[in-house]
Design a protein around this ligand. Structure first.
Ligand code: XMP
Length: 521
């Protein structure tokens, strides 16, 4: 049976990060909303309680019945999780005199505590809480302190061992974040040493078991898959191809708002991978339906609707298809994102096939994080250019053209974008990697509703600006603007203004997410 760590999500922004850190330890984990602890936990080897935007004293604070697992399984409470355990088992949590945010150092810790095995003195940790634990429950001991936080960590591991029950650990800092320098070590101590993970989750084992499962699940059935050119759907296609070969038909719709030459480039890559791909040029329909539309949400809705229509027409031609495969990945599905999340933009991917087609859904990547999808891609021998491709929104350049969309505006933006992206590929950073590989995502935005005056030669120009956007991120939930070298920005800005007719000004977007978003629309 596959071992599993459960993360109960109390709404913290870093819950997914805990999940990723555990997967990096070659251990499978699943994130559940705080109130959905599974009935059957026979495959669970440990439980982690995440942080939360709430205080344990708030009326709306999320609660869980600790009796479901405490003492039966090893438990690690993080931040709110630590405070919740203390508050529930008879300790005390109060408003901190000074808000405890940012860097701190563990000036004292219990070297015998298995959670702190191999920790160095004064290890840096990251705090982020307004409440603090002022008393811990009976049977627990303080196992680490900082200058300001007495109970930075506490545990009952001594008592648990004498009672022969599973130990509980609680830390008020965040081991999952980069700034907790030995955070990965702490999680390894918990997951591997304390919970006993056999570290069996790897790209190779995933490919092997998934291909076997797909063969069993799909038998000799025909499967349809919508390709986008992005890494998720491409990896999904190659995985399915390995399992069922010619029974897979992929559909790649060109809505006319892809990057310069992207449709042909991607079609070539797919055919060299031996995939059976039907390419559809539906750009005329999309341009027609988008004519005169300026509102971002309206544009997204039209593109989503048209996409489904075009896809359905093609899918129906494959008359004996039984399955629709999708490259859905884990972060797309985590129910807990809805605990506090609100819809900012409607994201449209493939979906909404007519019910009469009776297609069953096949989502082989549904348990993977993005970086794991990439590792699976490498394991499958896919080319780097497909695996390392930046994420690209379903509606394409339509959400990077402010104002209404015309084929001419798309052409102008494609040219500017191409100069920027090719520039990122060819500029090597100090570590020898390209700037393209350093950033999470990049692209150009055409501010077509704005015009400004410029001068070229002796001529006055009155044209549009282009904004360049490049961000660093772990998962697109939060992002920072990429600090690209000035020399690089100077070079691409010059090249864009000189070569792209219709553009006389280039700006660089220095907004982070939040408060901005990655795409402009
Ligand atoms: P935002 O702009 O919300 O974008 O910060 C977060 C990430 O999602 C991508 N994105 C989309 N992806 N369909 C997609 O498949 C969409 O409609 C869509 N809109 C935004 C965006 O490029 C970024 O990676």
């Amino acid at each position: 049976m596959q071992q599993k760590i459960i993360i109960l999500d109390f709404g913290s922004q870093t819950t997914q990060l805990i999940g990723r850190r555990i997967r990096e330890l070659d251990t499978f984990c699943e994130i559940f909303p705080y109130n959905k602890y599974p009935e059957d936990d026979s495959d669970v080897i440990g439980v982690i309680l995440s942080g939360s935007p709430y205080s344990v004293h708030d009326n709306e604070a999320f609660k869980v019945d600790l009796n479901r697992f405490i003492g039966r399984l090893p438990v690690l409470g993080i931040c709110y999780g630590a405070q919740y355990i203390s508050n529930t088992l008879g300790g005390k949590v109060e408003k901190a005199n000074t808000r405890e945010y940012g860097r701190a150092n563990l000036h004292g810790f219990d070297a015998g505590c298995p959670l702190f095995k191999d920790f160095v003195p004064d290890s840096q940790v990251w705090m982020s809480h307004g409440d603090t634990i002022t008393a811990i429950p009976e049977g627990f001991n303080c196992v680490a302190s900082t200058a300001d936080v007495k109970f930075a960590a506490y545990s009952n591991y001594v008592q648990a061992s004498s009672l022969n029950v599973s130990p509980t650990f609680a830390v008020q800092f965040h081991p999952e974040v980069f700034h907790t320098v030995q955070g990965s070590l702490l999680l390894k101590n918990f997951v591997v040493d304390i919970c006993g993970s056999r570290k069996e989750w790897s790209a190779a084992s995933f490919v092997e078991t998934t291909v076997e499962e797909l063969k069993k699940q799909l038998g000799n059935d025909r499967v349809i898959l919508g390709l986008s050119g992005g890494v998720d759907s491409s990896v999904c296609a190659v995985l399915l191809n390995k399992a069922i070969g010619k029974n897979l038909t992929c559909i790649f719709v060109d809505h006319g708002m892809l990057r310069k030459n992207e449709f042909n480039k991607v079609m070539d890559s797919y055919s060299s991978l031996g995939l059976n791909v039907v390419g559809i040029d539906a750009s005329e329909k999309f341009f027609r339906d988008l004519a005169g539309v300026e509102d971002p949400e309206q544009k997204r809705k039209i593109i989503g609707r048209d996409f489904v229509e075009v896809f359905n027409v093609e899918a129906k031609k494959i008359i004996d298809a039984r399955w629709l495969a999708q490259g859905t990945i884990y972060p797309d599905r985590i129910e807990s994102l809805n605990i506090t999340g609100k819809v900012i933009k409607s994201h449209h991917n493939v979906g909404g096939l007519p019910k009469e087609m009776h297609l069953k859904l096949c989502e082989p990547l549904q348990w993977l994080f993005k970086d794991e999808v990439r590792r699976v891609g490498y394991q499958l021998g896919m080319p780097e250019n497909l695996i390392k491709r930046h994420p690209f929104p379903g509606p394409g350049l339509a959400v990077r053209i402010l104002g209404d969309i015309t084929p001419e505006k798309v052409r102008v933006l494609q040219e500017a974008d191409d100069i920027f992206i090719e520039g990122l590929h060819s500029w090597k950073a100090e570590d020898g990697q390209s700037l393209y590989d350093h950033v999470w995502q990049a692209g150009a935005v055409l501010l077509s509703s704005v015009r400004s005056v410029g001068v070229m030669g002796d001529e006055r120009t009155y044209e549009n600006p282009v904004a360049l956007r490049a961000v660093t991120s772990m998962d697109a939930m939060t992002a920072d603007w990429a600090h690209l070298p000035y020399e690089f920005l100077a070079k691409v800005s010059n090249e864009i203004i000189n070569k792209v007719k219709g553009v006389n000004r280039v700006c660089y977007d220095i907004s982070s997410k939040p408060p901005a978003t990655i795409e402009w629309e």
